[in-house]
Design a protein around this ligand. Structure first.
Ligand code: CP3
Length: 354
């Protein structure tokens, strides 16, 4: 039986020993090359826009039946090898009582940015009851998904901290970097609190039945390796270590992290996500031995037509053969204007093999 099949005592966990995604994530040879897409559930799908028409983003995330339906949409349409829970990295913050909303076209916006030791001390802690609707969505999905694994996820402390400190999306992360360097004690207290929140959120998802987890440190690529290792990695490592006993594969991903791939693997990942900037055969040499890779088609190239996409998919499959295991994905999320048929063709190409 697979590791996922024997994990813990949770009655909801399925035996998915035949899953190509889980096999590749463990560095084994899968029966076919697995593929899924970051942001596969979302705005590129007409069926998503239809069900989201009258519902706010965070409300949708916290409505189990709706989150379940949206998670299933890309699985039905594309036949991808994994589902990713429809949620958002700010859901646990909102569930804990932080004033945060997701503004369409902008992203997360925080009512009272966190910039001082007093702000950090006032941050509410998350308890598992707060994310009960997310756990319920996972339980519904485990029943609906058959033999398709479900990936749970959370934001890593740095990326969450960036939203809290900046008050919203940021190009340069200047307030965040200022806090890190000018007030390191406050910074570490903030990341430590966020690591607790993230652990609670991911453990709740695992207990409810997710088969793998992805830690999104989307904006870590803004940091030097030195700053990453000193000021960020210990907190992400605590999250990843805190999940080790669950036995589900842990994926660790960021954008523009070519210089950080080794450190992100050392932080405790079974799979490191790679954006499109570093070829997978190069990435394979940068991560610790035994680490699988996930990626790395540039999502913008899905607009370049079928010939370009086919050439790129074949190149990535060939380069990915150098890894200990390769899960095909994009290098970042599906862009909202993407033609769903272009993604369907990618799935067929990946499944057909090199
Ligand atoms: O991958 C999936 O299909 C699952 C869904 C998912 C969402 N957010 C849904 C969403 C996942 C995995 C996330 C994670 C997330 N959220 C990250 C990490 C991944 C990454 O892209 O790097 C980050 C940084 C966020 C924060 C966030 N939430 C941003 C930057 C945005 C986009 C803002 C915009 O409108 O352009 C969101 C909103 C969001 N999260 C949407 C979706 C489907 C769009 C909102 C909508 O449909 O109204």
């Amino acid at each position: 039986m697979s590791r996922a099949g024997v994990v813990g005592t949770d009655q909801h966990r399925r035996d998915l020993s035949g899953s190509p995604f889980l096999a590749a994530a463990r560095g084994e040879r899968p029966s076919r090359h697995p593929v899924w897409f970051m942001r596969q559930a979302g705005r590129s799908l007409p069926e998503y826009r239809e069900v989201r028409r009258d519902t706010g983003m965070l409300e949708a995330c916290l409505t189990p039946e709706l989150a379940c339906e949206i998670t299933l949409q890309p699985v039905r349409r594309y036949g991808v090898d994994a589902a990713i829970l429809f949620s958002d990295i700010v859901v646990p913050l909102r569930a804990a009582g932080v004033g945060v909303d997701i503004v369409a076209g902008t992203g997360p916006v925080v009512e009272h940015p966190v910039r001082s030791a007093a702000d950090v001390a006032a941050l509410p802690a998350l308890d598992a009851d707060g994310v009960a609707p997310v756990a319920e969505a996972v339980r519904l999905l485990v029943r609906e998904l058959g033999d398709t694994p479900l990936i749970g996820f959370a934001g890593a402390p740095f990326t969450l901290a960036s939203y809290l400190v900046e008050g919203g999306p940021s190009r340069n992360h200047e307030r965040t970097k200022a806090l890190m360097h000018a007030e390191p004690d406050t910074w570490h207290a903030l990341c430590s609190a966020l690591a607790d929140t993230t652990l609670t959120f991911l453990r709740a998802q695992i207990a409810a039945g997710v088969d793998a987890v992805q830690l999104f440190d989307s904006w870590a690529g803004a940091l030097s390796e030195r700053d990453y290792r000193e000021l960020v990695m210990p907190h992400s490592a605590r999250v990843l270590a805190g999940l080790a006993d669950a036995g589900v594969p842990r994926i660790h991903f960021g954008v523009g992290t070519g210089e950080l791939l080794g450190a992100m693997g050392e932080a405790g990942a079974d799979v490191v996500g790679v954006d499109w900037r570093v070829p997978l055969d190069v990435a394979a040499r940068r991560v610790p031995p035994g680490t699988a890779l996930q990626g790395n088609l540039d999502p913008a190239l899905l607009f370049a037509g079928p010939d370009v996409v086919e050439r790129e998919v074949r190149r990535i499959l060939a380069e990915g053969a150098a890894a200990e295991g390769h899960v095909f994905n994009l290098g970042h999320g599906v862009l909202p204007e993407t033609d769903p048929d272009a993604l369907a063709r990618v799935v067929d190409l990946v499944h057909a093999g090199p």
